[in-house]
Design a binder for this molecule. Structure first.
Ligand code: GTP
Ligand code: MG
Length: 372
């Protein structure tokens, strides 16, 4: 079996997502800069390089900055040192680079952020803000990296207050630059949460796919199947086949579906690659799936074909769609009377399951930018 050596995007058009609200917010953020003492730039730790928006440095770079690689619970921690070194070499003006988990309130690095910032502001020249006794921080980053979660974590920790900024598992939850929110009592520290802002142009199709896999785009922009196809390519390229062929979260590996268990289509643990299946298995609603057609997809072999894999995932997880099957007997008038239903593996749901499993870290902890 041969696997792709290079990734080719399914569409010819360049991928970009820079809606009007991002352009407007960027202007508002620039306008607020005069009142800001410090910037927290948040990234998704899985894409420490693809996730950079060069505009941030160009337009907001005059203020001191800390770089936070959030969602560290989803990456392999042996890579931290290497990434910190590379980023610090590239951006000498950055005060500190940290890996955090904003959804884990006891995370040590999370608790380091505000003390580092306060120490820095105290000893630095604040220019027009020398007289101000409150400190203002702005949180910036591409969408869905955990900016609002970070703000809420500070507020919870230091003010014992509930969430002040909405969070959500998709891009574009925060839609405008929010009013300042108090996160620290003494000295008074306020944070401006901002909407995620993408770079107007994304450097390559691979960078775009990596951003998409981390849900910094809306999934519909690139399409779930295309994203799954890239993920499969990425895993194969790194010889990480076992991660998807034997992924317990997706009910793989599978074993022979016997007549005894076919009712529930329970697929048991079994390492064999050469499994034999009965002629039919049943959906949850007792409808037959023709195993003469779909049986060959049920195996634990690595593949470079995303549809083959998604069919496998759909069947094993009993996700089927009901579609009309027209049997044509040559008489156009009888066509409507000869319609039957058949059940096919639900590829779209399988694609969502594959993506969800990757995004939850249950397929493994990966840094997608391991080659940059
Ligand atoms: N695994 C993991 N998930 C996190 C972490 N921090 C935040 N999240 C989740 O990531 C998703 C996005 O978090 P938000 O705080 O809404 O991200 P945001 O950057 O404000 O997103 P936008 O407002 O859309 O730009 C939410 O589902 C959070 O629960 C983390 O450290 N680890
Ligand atoms: Mg937000």
């Amino acid at each position: 079996m041969s696997f792709r050596e290079a990734y080719k995007l399914a569409t010819n058009s360049n991928i970009s997502w820079y809606p009007r609200h991002m352009m407007t917010s960027m202007k508002q953020m620039q306008a607020k800069l005069r009142t800001i003492d410090f910037i927290i730039e948040v990234h998704d730790a899985r894409i420490p390089f693809s996730g950079r928006n060069i505009n941030f440095q160009n337009l907001l770079g005059i203020k001191p900055r800390i770089l936070v690689f959030n969602k560290k619970d989803l990456v392999d921690k042996t890579c931290y040192e290497q990434i910190i070194k590379k980023v610090s070499d590239q951006e000498k003006d950055v005060v500190k680079v940290l890996f955090t988990s904003a959804n884990q309130i006891k995370d040590h690095s999370l608790l380091n952020i505000l003390p580092i910032i306060l120490d820095h502001i105290k000893i630095s020249n604040r220019y027009n803000r020398m007289g101000a006794d409150e400190y203002n921080i702005m949180i910036i980053g591409v969408p869905n990296v955990g900016k609002s979660s970070l703000l809420n974590a500070f507020r919870n920790k230091y003010m014992k207050k509930s969430k002040a900024s909405e969070e959500g598992p998709y891009a574009g939850v925060t839609k405008s630059v929010l009013n300042k929110i108090k996160v620290y009592p003494n000295p008074k520290v306020f944070v401006f949460d901002t909407p995620g802002i993408m770079a107007p142009h994304i450097s390559s199709s691979e960078a775009a796919m990596r951003l998409a896999l981390c849900a910094t785009f809306k999934d519909s922009l690139i399409g779930e199947k295309n994203m799954c196809d890239y993920l499969l390519y990425w895993l194969n390229k790194r010889k990480l086949m076992n991660e998807y062929t034997h992924c317990g979260e997706l009910n793989l590996p599978l074993s022979e579906v016997t007549n005894a268990n076919k009712q529930s289509a329970t697929l048991l643990h079994e390492k064999s690659h050469n499994l034999k299946f009965p002629d039919t298995i049943l959906t949850k609603e007792n409808n037959e799936i023709d195993m003469k057609i779909y049986g060959p997809y049920l195996n634990n072999k690595p593949t470079d074909n995303i549809l083959d894999y998604l069919i496998r995932v759909a069947i094993v997880n009993q996700r089927f769609v009901k579609v009309r099957k027209v049997i044509y007997d040559g008489n156009s008038e009888s066509i409507n009377n000869n319609q039957h239903w058949e059940f096919k593996p639900d590829i779209n749901t399988a694609a969502n399951l594959f993506l969800k499993t990757f995004r939850s870290g249950k397929m493994g902890k990966f840094i997608l930018d391991d080659d940059i």
